[in-house]
Write a protein that binds this ligand. Structure first.
Ligand code: MSP
Length: 555
């Protein structure tokens, strides 16, 4: 059994700053790496806004880190074993694998359609996953962390988990998640000795407050641990659709344990001979991004399993809250779930970039749920995209086209007296560091709003300096000032656009084309492009139709 001292070793992967997982790696990795995961989604359901949301968050962060030049690996996939899949396949009169194939194909099709940039898509029915899970479980049996025992308790069929007596009682013996009655169940099972990791887990939470975020979620887990941790059944005998325990095929591995392993099987941590083993350099992951309902598995069970296997822990489990719709919880029975079809309607009308902007800036990343209201979507679209970024981008381009034949003016002569209110290099630099600070910490709304603030400053600058009035004068001095002002505007917009690329890759690419920028994120890096003065005088700017046409309510 590992001791508390070993724990220190495992934890050496963490740094001091609780909220910045990237910085943590400085002393243990020579190459910068970024590994981010989403939950793997159940194939008894079809993709909906929840799956799309989490995957979009991870995609945005992966794109941000790639643009920074980080070696990035972004993983998503499907969770295909378990009773629920077995049952829904039986209801549909097909085999569980057929059911899994169909729905996994739906997930990959939707993620392709939404241009997710995941580097792999793992399915738990793949041989590469199954064989490694068996290896890991065998190791746990060998170390004594998994043992054969008997358990009787309250079972939540929907969640596929036993619920402790006190929680079962609190929820009136109904599922705290879906309200269906809990079932009294008795099983001879293999158990994982979660109880013996209580102390090490508490130490982990104490020493690394950033392990679970946001804070409210961390406190929730501390509360769960205070109730005392029970050993967890690792296998089931009541159904067949799962990975058999090595040498005891009557028992299939608990779907949650099977699923959690995806984060390390996709990078070949359990088998040297797989091509995936080349990806081991990515471990430990910086972020497991998940929804709040599956936090316990990720924040308590998963680190304990990793401790038992002597594998370093991920840097941060980030559990976001839920989308609700027009003020009401979404549910299949209310029929108000935002399914892929509805997502598609928004994308058709407003574009994929606008959809992503709304997801990332208005979504439930914090500890409270977020409301998906149609009116809010349209308001945010008009305010941020049509009236702010889009309007500024088109307005500045149009002025440069009109007054300077589309050539970016030279601003080397900075004689214009603006009372010192507009020190643009400093304004831009401070904005860049604010945005990066927030994005590193998954504070996406803060980060992107800080980028949008830079655009708002351009608008305020235009209002204050009135270039269109200066343009009416032929005096060389006025023309110089006009050039200086428009250079500053275009350059500030270029810098803001760099930090909005990860959320709106296609619209920003269109903006770059309009502003004569040839940028390949990853080959060109954010740091290299962000300094003031990167926009070269003489660059050709083209007049374009509005990037984000204003939305108008139909009469
Ligand atoms: N298969 C497990 C996860 C295993 S991970 C090792 C599972 N799958 S799921 O298909 O139910 O997906 C759950 C995830 O979908 C949530 O954790 C969250 O990421 C996302 N969402 C589902 N409904 C959601 C909302 N209403 N709002 C936001 N995201 C939610 O659990």
């Amino acid at each position: 059994m590992p001791t508390l001292d070993d724990n220190r070793l495992l934890l050496s992967a963490f740094d001091d700053e609780a909220t910045n997982p990237r910085a943590k790696f400085a002393d243990i990795q020579t190459t910068p790496m970024f590994y981010i995961t989403t939950p793997i989604y159940y194939v008894n359901d079809r993709p909906h806004i929840g799956h799309i949301y989490t995957t979009t968050i991870a995609d945005t962060l992966a794109r941000f880190q790639r643009f920074r030049g980080e070696d990035t690996f972004f993983l998503t996939g499907t969770d295909e074993h378990g009773l629920k899949v077995e049952k829904s396949a039986a209801d549909a009169g097909i085999s569980p694998l057929e059911q899994a194939d169909r729905n996994a194909a739906e997930f990959t099709a939707v993620f392709d359609e939404l241009n997710m940039s995941n580097d792999d898509f793992i399915r738990t029915t793949q041989a590469r996953h199954e064989s490694q899970v068996q290896t890991f479980v065998q190791k746990l049996i060998d170390t004594g962390d998994v043992y054969l025992g008997e358990y009787e308790g309250w079972y939540d069929v929907g969640q596929e988990e036993f619920v402790p007596e006190n929680r079962a009682k609190d929820s009136d013996y109904k599922s705290p998640i879906n309200g269906k009655p809990l079932i009294r169940s008795k099983e001879q099972n293999y158990f994982f000795r979660l109880s013996s990791y209580q102390e090490r887990l508490e130490a982990l939470y104490r020493d690394h407050p950033g392990f679970v975020r946001p804070d409210a979620r961390r406190n929730e887990m501390l509360g769960r641990m205070r109730d005392g941790l029970m050993d967890v059944p690792m296998t089931r005998t009541s159904f067949k659709w799962g990975i058999p325990i090595p040498n005891d095929p009557e028992h299939v591995i608990y779907v949650w344990v099977d699923a959690l392993f995806n984060y390390i099987t996709a990078i070949g941590m359990g088998d040297d001979s797989l091509p995936e083993a080349e990806r081991r350099k990515y471990w430990p992951a910086q972020y497991h991004v998940i929804g709040k309902e599956i936090l316990f598995f990720h924040a308590v069970l998963w680190p304990a399993i990793l401790m038992a296997l002597d594998i370093p822990l991920p840097q941060c489990v980030y559990a976001h809250s839920f989308w609700i719709r027009e003020g009401r919880k979404m549910s299949k029975s209310l029929g108000n779930f935002i399914e892929t079809e509805t997502v598609r309607d928004y994308i058709e009308e407003f574009g994929l970039d606008a959809w992503r902007w709304f997801m990332t800036t208005q979504g439930p990343l914090g500890s409270t749920d977020a409301d998906f209201a149609d009116s809010k979507f349209k308001e945010v679209y008009n305010t941020d995209l049509a009236n702010t970024f889009g309007n500024s981008a088109n307005r500045v381009a149009n002025m440069i086209c009109k007054y300077f034949d589309g050539n970016v003016p030279d601003a080397t002569d900075q004689s214009f007296d603006d009372d010192g209110d507009w020190d643009w290099p400093t304004i831009a630099e401070s904005s860049v560091s604010t945005v990066a600070h927030h994005l590193e910490r998954i504070e996406l709304a803060h980060g992107f709003n800080a980028a949008m603030d830079l655009v708002r400053k351009v608008d305020a600058y235009i209002d204050a300096t009135r270039p269109f009035t200066l343009a009416k004068s032929d005096a060389p001095e006025d023309q110089k000032q006009l050039g200086y002002i428009l250079y500053n505007c275009a350059e500030a917009l270029r810098i803001a656009s760099l930090y909005m690329h990860c959320v709106m890759p296609w619209k920003i690419a269109a903006f770059w084309e309009m502003y004569g920028q040839s940028i390949t994120p990853g080959e060109d890096t954010l740091d290299g492009l962000s300094s003031w003065g990167g926009l070269k005088p003489g660059t050709v700017i083209t007049k374009c139709p509005p990037l984000f046409p204003r939305y108008q309510e139909p009469k």
